[in-house]
Ligand binder design. Sequence first.
Ligand SMILES: Nc1nc2c(ncn2[C@@H]2O[C@H](COP(=O)(O)OP(=O)(O)OP(=O)(O)O)[C@@H](O)[C@H]2O)c(=O)[nH]1
Ligand SMILES: [Mg+2]
Length: 364
Amino acid sequence: MFSFWKKKPADGAAQPAATPPVAPDPAPPASVAAPVATPASDTSLTDLGAHADAAPAAPGKLGWRERLRKSILFKDVRELMGANPILGDELIDEIETSLITSDVGVTASREIAEKLRRRTSKREFANADALLAGLRDELIELLRPIAVPLRIDPSCKPFVILTVGVNGVGKTTTIGKLTRRFQLDGHSLMLAAGDTFRAAAVEQLKIWGERNNVAVVAQGSGSDAASVAFDAMQAAKSRGIEVLIADTAGRLHTQAGLMNELGKIGRVLSRLDERAPHEVLMVIDGTTGQNAISQLRQFNAVAKVTGLVVTKLDGTARGGVLFALAREFGIPIRYVGLGERLEDLRVFDPEAFVDALLPDTLGG
Ligand SMILES: Nc1nc2c(ncn2[C@@H]2O[C@H](COP(=O)(O)OP(=O)(O)OP(=O)(O)O)[C@@H](O)[C@H]2O)c(=O)[nH]1
Ligand SMILES: [Mg+2]
């Protein structure tokens, strides 16, 4: 069973100030919490089973607009284009400003506006509705290359997913949601409690493990996250588990010691399989705005990020950071979080997303 864990720092800050004590190699044996039967009272899982989007292979388009707050872009486009405007540079300038306000980023906004200007001057748009359709096309085109779903490679056993990101972005809850999703897809799973700073962090992961009847590998308080991950991978290998998901502590890109720890986790895992971790999944809070760009740049520098999850898109009227990330990095967005419920983690669908950000028509 679990050993007891170090208490959260007295100041209550979720961010650890320094690198935790490093356990000597070889690592002490990890505890593996045995799977526990799902409590019958867990209604959230019942909900998931009833929801069409719960099936991993079926992204589904329903509910995106309901989950996303009415976006700035939605309102602006209605206002700017709803009253039969003159299709010209002035209107496109206003659209560009709205894109920037929506966190799309200056470069991406300028490029989209430039394309619309060119098409407008070639008289491609007969009316404002056609211009709206043109805007939709340009936005989708920007996202399409990075809408690459996460595929579990069966030749990697276990397929190791390392989750990283700053504090409180939704890493641990995303792991819980992914666990359920992969289970529904028929995979066997194990979780690694790599957030070794807070007792609450491992407890949180343990609860997700219990809910889903999945083993959670953990070590004692303040232990080395890399050795937890290593032990978990060994355990998963020996049990023939297909997918291992490792949690990590939230960290700021300014915390050099902690950032280097991510690199160490990757190196240690690659000792067991040179391709591991097979996915470095960075979780980004969609309400962060342009800050997400520098976060991803820093995490990518130490841990070669291979996929993104953008959470909390239900909590912002902007949502444009996905375009900025797509433009700057071209790293696949695997999932987006549209709420706190299990089924609110969706496979990223650019068309559904853009349709949720824009009005269908300008009529009325
Ligand atoms: N509204 C909303 N809340 C979300 C979403 N995803 C996660 N959350 C909430 O965000 C909060 C933080 O989630 P955690 O999973 O604990 O975040 P974390 O990144 O593991 O945090 P640390 O371990 O402290 O770094 C929780 O209350 C989650 O329910 C989302 O898509 N929408
Ligand atoms: Mg966490």
